[in-house]
Design a protein around this ligand. Structure first.
Ligand code: PEP
Length: 255
């Protein structure tokens, strides 16, 4: 973690917590986690619970909300989808794009991810662009190349001014939901590589400032170690963000 950057901690609830459970969660989380101006906390509830989450955090401007998925079109006959604009109109500030579950389970391509990223930026949402290699790709020694290709597909369409609004999350697929976390050294290796790519494309001011989050089986007991790794600016947390007290500990961790 670079000392001057404020940690960015995000909780992705995936398909968990309906409106009642969301209210209950925040009742406990906001008691356990004291507001702090020197970190960014963002939750990604399921779309159906967005309004409930919004009501529950209304008195806590330190806690922001995002949407887990967006369509790249602004509106139209796309049953079941929500656009970036609809998310923004509802009060979301962030959108996840390129999450490995979207890629693996719903067939989303790098090109889809690029379109979603552009749609999020155009609508005023900050995209959190997820990239990461599978176990097979890592074992073949291709982790860096895979991440580079995923990044290039999105970054090719962006200029530095637009890229200044981006957040990147390095999420090795083999660590997501598996209980197998990347070591701080593994995370650092890829984060340093991502940072170099960002600086090379957009210059030190923009590329050096883009938050790069680590995601993959983060828990209260490994959060601080990961945050201490070089170029790890924050954490994207799935399973452990469902436990209000445990996630409060992750949010308070310092690297
Ligand atoms: C995720 O879904 O982005 C994630 C990192 O999940 P988990 O923390 O459960 O591995």
């Amino acid at each position: 973690m670079t000392p001057f950057k404020k940690p960015f901690i995000a909780g992705n609830w995936k398909m968990h917590n309906g409106p009642l459970a969301a209210r209950d969660f925040f009742g406990r989380f906001l008691t356990a986690y004291a507001a702090s101006p020197d970190r960014t906390i963002v939750f990604f509830p399921p779309a159906i619970s967005f309004g409930a989450a919004q009501g529950a955090v209304a008195g806590r401007p330190d806690v922001e909300l995002g949407v887990q998925n967006i369509h790249w079109e602004e509106k139209g006959a796309f049953t079941g989808e929500i656009s970036a604009k609809l998310g923004h109109d509802a009060g979301a500030a962030f959108a996840l794009v390129g999450h490995s579950e979207r890629r693996a389970l719903f067939g989303e391509t790098n090109e889809d991810t690029a379109r979603k990223t552009r749609a999020a930026l155009a609508a005023g949402l900050t995209p959190i662009l997820c990239v990461g290699e599978s176990l097979e790709e890592r074992e073949a020694g291709n982790a860096g190349a895979v991440v580079e290709t995923q990044l290039a597909a999105v970054l090719d369409g962006l200029d530095a001014d637009t890229a200044a609004k981006l957040v990147v999350a390095y999420e090795p697929v083999w660590a997501i939901g598996t209980g197998r976390t990347a070591s701080p050294a593994d995370a650092e290796e890829l984060h340093v590589r991502i940072r170099a790519i960002l600086i090379d494309r957009f210059g030190a001011d923009v590329g050096g400032a883009t938050p790069i989050l680590y995601g993959g089986s983060v828990k209260p007991d490994n959060a601080a170690g990961l945050l201490a790794a070089r170029e790890v600016d924050g954490l994207l947390v799935g399973g452990a963000s469902l436990d209000p007290e445990g996630f409060a500990q992750v949010c308070a961790a310092t690297g």
